[in-house]
Ligand binder design. Sequence first.
Ligand code: C2E
Ligand code: MG
Ligand code: MG
Ligand code: MG
Length: 283
Amino acid sequence: AVKAAGKGHYRFYETKLYEALRSRVDREHELRHAIEHDELVVHYQPRIDISTGLVSSMEALVRWQHPERGRIEPHDFISLAEETGLILGIGELVMDKVCAQLADWARQEHKIIPVSVNVSLRQLSHGNFIKMVTTCLKRHRIPAQWLEIEITESTMMGDSQDVSEVLSVLQKMGIKFLIDDFGTGYSSLSQLQKLDFDVLKVDRAFTSEVDKTEEGRVFFTAIITMAHALGMRVVAEGVENERQISILKRLHCDEVQGYYVAKPLPPALKQSEFPLESIPEIA
Ligand code: C2E
Ligand code: MG
Ligand code: MG
Ligand code: MG
């Protein structure tokens, strides 16, 4: 009986392992197919300047519109894309879609709001990154000033030499750089000073504390003081209620982004047509 159970277990794990491997290969194949068959779409989430109540930028967030399984969020495919290198193709596709969208918007209205694109360290340190970006800008005839790039803090560890070179070349062209998810990584003050970022986006985990605890407010204040001292603007990510916004305003936070203001949405005909929930209350 013991032997039979053992054998059963073995079969069970064998099947599980087989399924896990097969599904990984399948998922990679599917993702590759998605890239080639234009199943990736870009949604946009506005970022608001607290002092004016105006949209200062829009963040491009990729989604996978699967023909059978419906919409798949980045959480469920970005890490696979990172591991397989497919993130390079996705990154190029997103950059091209964003530039095409900006060119489209420019045909509809006079004033253009910049778009920020999320880029992983793997993309940024790939030798072709600068060329890829400049090619997209040229293809759609849009100025570099309309583009911003977000890099997640937790990926900036270790040798930042390559990053710092790419950063300064693109910054000289007029592209702004943002540190994303700040507070989740371990960047030292010296790293922050060396890499000359323009904007610091504080992770949602810290935003959700400002209307809950005094410690939360103290922590946020410290980040703002440090960022301002280093010449960076501060964005609070994931703002979900009005109280958070009024507290953040009092703490001299510069900008907010979150479901309370606007969710990521498919591109509207005009940038100025993006529905915003609460602009009058902010300004
Ligand atoms: P992120 O860059 O930090 O983007 C913010 C995420 O928080 C987005 O999730 C957004 O939909 C969500 N969010 C915004 N406001 C709120 C809020 O008030 N409450 C809550 N609970 N969530 C909010 P999303 O779109 O699922 O993206 C997840 C992550 O995937 C992004 O985090 C980014 O790191 C990555 N990502 C998205 N698009 C791209 C891309 O084109 N390239 C790369 N490399 N990464 C991407
Ligand atoms: Mg981001
Ligand atoms: Mg973030
Ligand atoms: Mg995040």
